[in-house]
Design a protein around this ligand. Structure first.
Ligand code: 8YV
Length: 322
């Protein structure tokens, strides 16, 4: 079977594929393929090792309906039209667990950075504006004992909540599709309604997938229901928050601050007003960017392909209809 590796992924998984005797083509470039390049190259392969930066919509899938498997190098797969893939009989797999700790770390780091205006402070030093000591300037807020609200208490949400409890003894509340009783026990977390989550959270951190139900969910109306002292954190997908509403909520002090590892669009425009706000910290979608996490993702994408080529059940199948 011929496998197209569509980006310069870590070698660990690529070696596994070669050892399995699969015919592997690696897009050696660090610059992603254009849509046209991806469509054309995929035509000559049976399996696509994909990334969430590529849009595998109905049109792409129709043009490549011969595909036998899409193995996605990410936990999120909102870039793939799963319904269409299912209709065409193309199974899709992802790489869960691999980036749980790394992404929880980034959420935690952003929370801390926002609470102490660290990114802004860094910029003032670079611009030569350290200034003199002013007792009432540069004041952040402390997190100890505050309430953290988790939207999506899955793997990453739970890891982030663990850090909040361990480091700051924060009270954990959460909203989910289904209650997570295990975390309720371990973290003394309370399941609350979405409205209550907005009302009670000092820090609200988003850890849900992007779907039709969650797209643009964090909009002006939602921000208006949050505390004016609240910090909003999003390390999931930029599409979950409405960017213009977030900018306005921060400008009008409807909420206090925001930490984002994901934006909409990505990359974000360098003139985006969010980049010049004191209480905002932004990183360029680096949630899974650790050696450990990317190696594990590489191992898992390969494992998914190997399981498929051997006719074994797919552990990380996300299109169960196929
Ligand atoms: C990746 C991610 O960096 O796993 C995910 O869903 O967002 C990140 O780990 C990105 O998707 C690249 O494929």
């Amino acid at each position: 079977m011929k496998v197209l590796v569509s980006l310069n992924f870590p070698p660990l998984g690529i070696e596994m594929l070669k050892q399995e005797g699969l015919d592997v083509t690696v897009w050696k470039n660090d610059i992603p393929m254009t849509r046209e390049e991806l469509i054309q190259a995929t035509k000559e392969h049976d399996i696509l090792l994909s990334s969430s930066i590529y849009t595998l919509d109905a049109d792409f899938l129709e043009k490549n309906k011969h595909l036998k498997l899409i193995s996605q190098f990410a936990v999120g797969y909102n870039n793939i039209d799963i319904e269409k893939a299912t209709e065409l009989g193309i199974p899709v797999t992802n790489t869960p667990n691999a980036m749980t700790d790394a992404t929880a770390d980034i959420a935690f780091a952003l929370m801390l950075a926002v609470s102490r205006k660290m990114f802004h402070m860094h910029k003032t030093i670079i611009s030569g504006d350290w200034g003199h000591f002013r007792p009432q300037a540069n004041l952040g807020m402390e997190l100890k004992g505050k309430t953290v609200g988790i939207f999506g208490m899955g793997r990453i949400g739970s890891e982030f909540a663990r850090r909040c409890l361990g480091a700051y003894n924060m009270k954990v509340i959460y909203h989910n599709r289904r209650p997570n009783t295990e975390m309720e026990k371990e973290l003394n977390a309370s399941y609350v309604s979405f409205e209550e989550l907005l009302k009670e959270s000092d820090v609200l951190s988003v850890h849900a997938g992007l779907s039709n139900e969650t797209k643009g969910l964090f909009n002006a109306d939602v921000f208006s229901k949050m505390k004016s002292s609240a910090i909003f954190i999003n390390t999931a997908r930029g599409g979950l928050h409405h960017e213009k509403s977030l900018i306005e909520a921060l400008q009008n002090k409807v909420i206090w601050g925001a930490g984002l590892d994901v934006t909409n669009p990505e990359p974000m425009n360098k003139d985006n007003p969010l980049l010049n706000m004191e209480n905002v910290a932004i990183t360029p979608h680096i949630g899974s960017a650790t050696v450990e996490s990317r190696n594990e993702m590489s191992r898992l994408v390969a494992l998914n392909i190997i399981q498929f080529s051997r006719g074994e059940p797919l552990t990380n199948l996300v299109s169960p209809g196929v």
